[in-house]
Design a protein around this ligand. Sequence first.
Ligand code: PLP
Ligand code: SF4
Length: 454
Amino acid sequence: MIVASTDKKHVYKSFALHNFRQIPQISRLSDEQIKDIDVVGHVLPFKSNNYVIDELINWDNVPDDPIFTLTFPRKEMLTDDHYKKMEAALDSGASKSEIKKVANEIRMALNPHPAGQLEHNVPMIEGHKLTGMQHKYRETVLFFPSQGQTCHAYCSFCFRWPQFVGMDEWKFAMKETELLIKYLQQHTEVTDLLFTGGDPMIMKNKIFASYIDAILDADIPNLQTIRIGTKSLGYWPYKFITDDDADETLQTFERIVNSGKNLAIMAHFNHPAELSTAAVKEAIKRVRATGAQIRTQSPIMRNINDDPDVWSTMWRQQVNLNCIPYYMFVARDTGAQHYFKLSLVEAWNIFQKAYQNVSGVCRTVRGPSMSATPGKIQMLGVSEVNGKKIMAFRFLQARNPDWVAKPFFAEYNEDAIWLDELMPAFGEEKFFFENELNEIFNEHINKSEISNFE
Ligand SMILES: *Cc1c(COP(=O)(O)O)cnc(C)c1O
Ligand code: SF4
């Protein structure tokens, strides 16, 4: 077994904003770069650890290194106006609370809750809102355990950033499993339970196992797959190797597998660099040895992975490590999106080139996909009909399961980055799903179940 070298064992796990200067490698940055981290870091959340800093970032390649970009705030992640506003507040020696006020004003302008994440899809049971859950697609319930709402390190592009900067009243989180279990028992159409966050693998095994064991003890026949959405393999593989409860965590995984259910670790990797260390390889091996599957997903982002070679290399390495490529997502419209965004056409071009260059074992991946109001929509490509360019799409997941896998078409739009910028092709007034979507929407409004609809 690989153990972190002793100097690595000492974890400086999270840096508060003001003490990122303690990172030894920071001295390699220019005063200007350090200032930029400070200014932007007062608006966007920053957190990292010694694994990311020492083993993932190639400091000879900074500031272009993709993992550096993924980790550290930088000037371009704010607009000029926002940057100057925060800079002025800091330079003027404003009080903590004044700085916080400025930060929150800027944050409010960054679309903190894309597509009304706040209250949508919150299921009800016996008149209670289950605020720690989301049930959007028939088969799968999302569960946000309250202790899993932070991460080992933060990604600079993350759409969950409002909850990390403490401006959220809403933190999807539910303390107890009792209602969750009741919900799963009553909703026999649900086959998959997805633990998400933040990162549920930030939880100590004692807490994680208390959720899992209660669910397994309830012996819910319709529940077939337990998924865990996590970036821990990318950001803290020692979770499964040298953390004091690493073995216990893996034993909890084994109990899921031994109960006859599928355990799918939905691993978040953004770049092949995250697959290159001895630690991640060992961690993957140990997780796989429990009988768990590892499926991988990532958004596609400018300045991080906007290159077909990066994707084909990443998928190939994942398959070599016995992981299954699963999703390529299009980045959401929030936070520093202007810095990371790619148009749908650009994203698809990269996807296609990468997909062409790998064998079928990597082509389990689907994308580029938008998680939009009506569902997960995959861009199938650009085509031409009667001499006119069109864009083709299909639903991978949909609010109405009848929509899944049905192709539909939009007028070619090179600049569009999201569904709401697309027009139906062939002179149609609406996309095929729009009337029904409005019906679902109105139904929910009438029942006052959902005030803010995604
Ligand atoms: C992606 C997603 C799921 C899971 O969809 P699969 O296609 O089964 O992976 C479930 N719920 C929500 C809200 C999602 O965004
Ligand atoms: S690990 Fe996931 S939830 Fe956490 S900061 Fe990164 S993208 Fe966001």
